[in-house]
Design a protein around this ligand. Sequence first.
Ligand code: B12
Ligand code: SF4
Length: 467
Amino acid sequence: MRHKVVLYNPQAVFYTMPLGLLAVGSCLDPERYDVRIIDARLEDDPEAAVLAEIDDAVCLGMSVLTGRPIADALGILRAAKARRPDLPTVWGGWHPSLFPTQCLDEPCLDYTVKGQGETSFRELVERLVDGQAADGISGVGFRQNGHVVFTDSAGLEDMDTFPPPDFGLIPVAKYFSLKGRRQLDYITSTGCLFRCAFCADPFVYNRGWSAVSPCRLADDIESLWQQYNFTDLNFQDETFFTYAHRVAEISEEFLRRDMQFTWAATMRADQGVRLPEEIFDLCIRSGLRRVLIGVESGSPAVLERIMKDTTVDQVIAAAEMCARHGVAVIFSFIVGFPGEGNDEVQETLDLVKRLRAMSSRFETPIFYYKPYPGSRLAQEVTADIPRTLDGWADFDYVAGAAGPWVSPQIYKLVERFKFYNRFAWGPQTAWRVPLQMIARWRCQRDWYRMPLEKLVVECVKPSPRLS
Ligand code: B12
Ligand code: SF4
């Protein structure tokens, strides 16, 4: 008899495939386990979908990001326990990795898993089936004799030792249709070697990094491409361009196998600058269409404070390389870092304008700083950080509102700037030409008062989405 394991992905914005659940679910031997992944984004009634599966399940696992997904996860968790109080429940993913103790304050939650979850979850499920305790399994938190205890975490394991993700566990075609394109999400590495002070990754993975080898990756991608006929591959790695030689090998494998799809991935500006032009060219020939570069700020002083370890010159050099090769780039920015001054915000807006003017394929989303838990910077602003699981569940990361570090004047300026900057250098269509001229005129002079065009456009057209 196969044991049923139910995995749940809470509500979220966008339709990125639930790669965390695919990773842990695929590590369970299919001969022994019947894995059911329920994604709230695909269900009319997610709670009913979970309750319909749990009666004969060994456990219910959930992947939990910080913020609103916690509220959804909590609702489902409590409903599941109300129906089956004996059902073991497990949370993994970023939030329980950062705050396992707070998570285990919730009586309906039995286990947390920290960081890379493949081996810990497989071993935990085996123990649950055998009715044994979780002692000795790496990176697990649970209650024992009325106390919360944590096992030690082993370092990152080599990703080549894990089975490839079994996309048969999710309705891939449904994601394609919700995304509006045949785009497959995939991850080839875990962790990140860098130390940015606003990011949770250094805390969760201790600046470790582990990746799938190029050949094994290409084998898996080839079989997925034959099976799902996707036209675009979206790599979700923190920094895909970590090693130039690896990226070159991956691109060569894609070309050798003559697979016809485009791909997109993340790149740091310093990695872009170091990347030999011929390797970038190889990437493009193998289908690279877009990179995402987290710039964060146009102010050298802020870049130093947040320990980004990249410079404005590197950003410009990477942008010139992409513009020369016709590669699209999403340059993402953050304003409102604690202590950031108006001049520093202006330096960011100036860099955004400069980048946008370089290519119509460049997008420059600007987010407002929110204290991402686990990061060094968040520890400096503890007064504004929630202290309980319910507090984090109310913390809205997605909504545009600025934090307490952004004055109302700066917020207004940035919101107006975002609008005019979007139209000033965006794609040209007949109806856009007059608006584009006005927007350029305004951006060139930094004059955003009486934003009548903004009011009219926002009434008729929603913001574009990034891909
Ligand atoms: C795709 C993605 C999203 C998707 C989520 C899709 C989904 N599944 O619902 C969307 C676009 C919605 C999203 C949104 C945001 N995201 Co996001 N996102 C990512 C990204 C790029 C990839 C996630 C992924 O699939 N990874 C691949 C899988 C294999 O890794 P994983 O999920 O970590 O899973 C492993 C372990 O965590 C664990 N695990 C995971 N789930 C489970 C479940 C169980 C039961 C177990 C045992 C183990 C386990 O095992 C897995 C295998 O090792 C990550 C960066 C990254 N590379 O991880 C950022 C990341 C998770 N996002 C982040 C942030 C900051 C955001 C936003 C705030 C961004 C913004 N400004 O809007 C929002 C807010 C989210 C919210 N609160 O609603 C942060 C972390 C946030 C946090 N503390 O939760 C990350 C780490 C990026 C970063 N370095 O800052 N995101
Ligand atoms: S922001 Fe990006 S480069 Fe910096 S530590 Fe986080 S994942 Fe790594």
